[in-house]
Design a protein around this ligand. Structure first.
Ligand SMILES: Cc1cc2nc3c(=O)[nH]c(=O)nc-3n(C[C@H](O)[C@H](O)[C@H](O)COP(=O)(O)OP(=O)(O)OC[C@H]3O[C@@H](n4cnc5c(N)ncnc54)[C@H](O)[C@@H]3O)c2cc1C
Length: 367
């Protein structure tokens, strides 16, 4: 008999959502977290935007999980009294040349099943947001902002309510397959070995390292890791817009956008900065590019208003000049090891998609 039906490595939004979906279906679940709190990784350094789901190619996991995950997310947040605002989003063309890319994404959204989207003129957009400058826009009513930490707290509560556990300061060190599943080495103050029938690696920026520590995991299935930092800037004045404001995406990212967070503060970003080592310092000099990008849609941004805020790092599995791939849920049919799923490249829209990823992991493990 194994100690657990499933061990999940990583208590970020995705690992906790996997833990929740697995525990809800009657499995005994343990979530291992190396840090001293949940959500210490990518999940605490993002935009907290609930994405509608129009950016992603037809048939991709990102398209499916973002749309399904968004619907499940709003329901979960409402059911658990976690703060969110379905504030809507304006996807703006600030000049005529930006209309075709937005049209392309609008059509993609229709294919992906995105509801409540419509084209509006620049004048209509200004009726909604008087300080906005654009020639046309698509309004998405299903986009919103959420409290990511409140969400993760609620997931942890649900795991515990279903007799599972989330243990902190407990790094996954490695695993070896057995006839019944996996022996899993756990570090920390009291290192130990536990057993589980199934193992899910949801370790964000450490996913590759964790997969590499599983005996027998084919090395050629571990995607090379790339790091793309996203920097944010803020202003200490009244937030200019109620809705999310997004320009067309740039290669590898969604473009420097605007959101009013749940506390009412205006935040701009993330941009994209390819780096080779993890660091979260925001270089104030990057403000120059932010002024240019923001003034395209908010011309009255005052000089000197932007201050450096925070940064997050996207767990990329593609290099700067390569196309952005889909989420990778490396499963037994791919790597040949029963009862094991390794998640790679869970960048945006990973937060929005988390409940759908958890449901898919549960389905694939057939537990
Ligand atoms: C700048 C930025 C903006 C984003 N904006 C959005 C957005 O607006 N909307 C959206 O939907 N998505 C967004 N995303 C994506 C989203 O934040 C991520 O997809 C999601 O948070 C990933 O969650 P995770 O659980 O996979 O990773 P993480 O949150 O990083 O969790 C992994 C966990 O594993 C733990 N861990 C690592 N190694 C070990 C080990 N050996 N043993 C045990 N535990 C370990 C880490 O400490 C961490 O807590 C954004 C991402 C970035 C970088």
């Amino acid at each position: 008999m194994s100690d657990f039906d499933v061990v999940v490595v990583g208590a970020g939004a995705v690992g906790l959502a996997c833990g929740y979906q697995l525990a809800k279906t009657g499995n005994s679940v343990l979530v291992l977290e190396s840090a001293n709190r949940i959500g210490a990784g990518v999940s605490s350094r993002n935009s907290e935007v609930v994405h509608a789901g129009f950016y992603y190619p037809s048939g991709s996991l990102k398209a499916k999980f973002c749309v399904e995950g968004r619907r499940a997310m709003y329901q979960f947040l409402a059911d658990h009294n976690v703060a969110f605002q379905k504030c809507g989003k304006l996807f703006v063309a600030t000049e005529e040349s930006e209309i075709p890319p937005i049209e392309k994404y609008f059509k993609q959204g229709q294919i992906n099943g995105v509801e409540n989207a419509r084209w509006i003129s620049g004048a209509e957009a200004r009726l909604l947001e008087p300080q906005l400058r654009c020639v046309r826009a698509v309004e998405y009513l299903e986009s919103g902002v959420m409290d990511a930490h409140g969400y993760m707290d609620a997931l942890e509560g649900e795991i515990e309510a279903h007799h599972g556990a989330v243990v902190l300061n407990s790094p996954f060190l490695g695993a070896a397959p057995t006839s019944e599943g996996y022996d899993i080495r756990v570090g920390g103050e009291s290192p130990t070995t536990i057993s589980a029938r199934n193992l899910v690696i949801s370790a964000g920026l450490s996913a590759q390292k964790c997969a590499d520590a599983i005996e027998g995991f084919p090395k050629d299935r571990i995607p090379k890791q790339h790091l793309a930092k996203g920097n944010y800037f803020t202003i200490s004045m009244k937030a200019p817009f109620a809705r999310l404001i997004y320009p067309p995406p740039v290669p590898g990212a969604l473009g420097t956008h605007y959101r009013r967070d749940l506390g009412g503060a205006a935040r701009f970003g993330p941009d994209i900065e390819w780096i080779t080592e993890e660091n979260y310092v925001v270089d104030p000099k990057r403000a120059e590019e932010f002024y240019d990008a923001i003034r395209k849609f908010w011309p009255s941004l005052p000089d000197g208003a932007l201050t450096a805020d925070y940064a997050g790092i996207r767990p990329k599995i593609h290099a700067q000049n390569e196309p952005q791939p889909d989420f990778v849920l490396d499963s037994p049919e791919h790597h040949g090891m029963e009862g094991l799923i390794c998640l790679f490249g869970i960048e945006s829209p990973g937060l929005t998609s988390s409940l759908a990823i958890g449901a898919e992991v549960t389905r694939r493990l057939a537990v």
